[in-house]
Design a protein around this ligand. Structure first.
Ligand SMILES: [Zn+2]
Length: 308
């Protein structure tokens, strides 16, 4: 049984809500500091699956471990009951507390093979994908015990099963998780929010992944890492909106790109943001990298063909 609206509890600064019989959502606030020293408030959603054991979907940032442990205590569960931490991908706001949670609970850590290197060596990740304040967001490296691939079915106990769907684009090894018994799809960062900061490595793969998620029948609740829980008709509408946003971005890159003038990637970034009517403060190397993935395929105007 799923509530028609979700009422968030705010307890000792923690924002959480029970989504279904087994799934709880936690909204974790944090800050990133940009190169000018400006503190930017951010948040990330992580999810707990309460079965016979406890399964975590992502760990949030480094400071999240105490929030998660407090939530477990409040639910009458022990940290030792965490048996599995699934990392949907390697980015800092997903793996930040993994090291602490693994050391406290002894849980297994699971992720896609394409994310393993950056989870097991966070210094390598910081070198290859610098993010402001990386060290304050990520506590440290953690070994990946279980490699997940598309089609795997996990057994969290209690008659539940959770299917792994490989949804690359945002990152090469991003995964989504489908819990059919409760109609819950965990999409992590796979679906961009219209008007939000565009962060992906491969726009065409992102489109294909969202189309794949759209083909999942019977989604009652969509739980992403950067958007509030979506239910009713909203899950499929959110996917359509994400697809349309990617196409609009691609159109803007095509319009701005001059085949005779190879623009510096940050200059291209600024011009595309302006074309899209997005704030100038979004201009950063991650967003520039997203737009570059369109630059490589300017001849393909319609990304949504073969739309699922
Ligand atoms: Zn991410």
């Amino acid at each position: 049984m799923i509530a028609s609206t979700f009422i968030w509890s705010n307890y000792s600064g923690r924002h959480w809500v029970q989504i279904t019989k087994h799934v709880h959502a936690l909204k974790i606030p944090f800050q990133v500091t940009d190169p000018s020293g400006l503190k930017i408030p951010r948040f990330v959603y992580i999810y707990l699956l309460y079965g016979i054991k406890v399964c975590l979907i992502d760990s949030g940032v480094a400071s999240s471990s105490q929030i998660i442990l407090d939530h477990l205590t409040e639910a009458g569960r022990s940290p030792k009951e965490i048996s599995l931490l699934i990392l949907t991908h390697a980015h800092p706001d997903h793996i930040g507390a993994a090291k602490a949670l693994k050391s406290i609970s002894g849980c297994a850590v699971a992720a896609h093979a394409a994310e393993k290197a950056w989870i097991e060596d966070v210094d390598l990740q910081e070198t290859e994908r610098p993010v402001p304040g990386f060290k304050s967001l990520v506590e440290g490296s953690v070994p990946v015990d279980l490699i997940l691939q598309d089609g795997d079915v996990l057994d969290p106990g209690g008659g539940l099963n959770m299917q792994v769907i490989h949804t690359p684009g945002h990152s090469p090894g991003s995964i989504s998780l489908w819990l059919p018994q409760e109609g819950v799809l965990f999409s992590a960062d796979a679906i961009p929010t219209a008007g939000g900061m565009p962060v992906y490595e491969d726009i065409q793969a992102s489109v294909r992944s969202i189309q794949r998620l759209k083909s999942v029948q019977g989604i009652k609740v969509l739980l992403s890492a950067w958007d509030e829980p979506r239910m009713g008709t909203e899950p499929y509408r959110s996917m359509d909106s994400g697809l349309d946003y990617l196409q609009r971005i691609h159109n803007a890159v095509i319009k701005v790109a001059d085949p005779d003038v190879r623009l510096d990637s940050m200059e291209l970034c600024r011009r595309v943001l302006e074309e899209l009517g997005l704030p100038k403060v979004m201009a950063n190397p991650l967003v520039a990298r997203s737009f570059q993935s369109s630059f490589c395929m300017l001849d393909q105007k319609d990304l949504l063909q073969d739309r699922g």
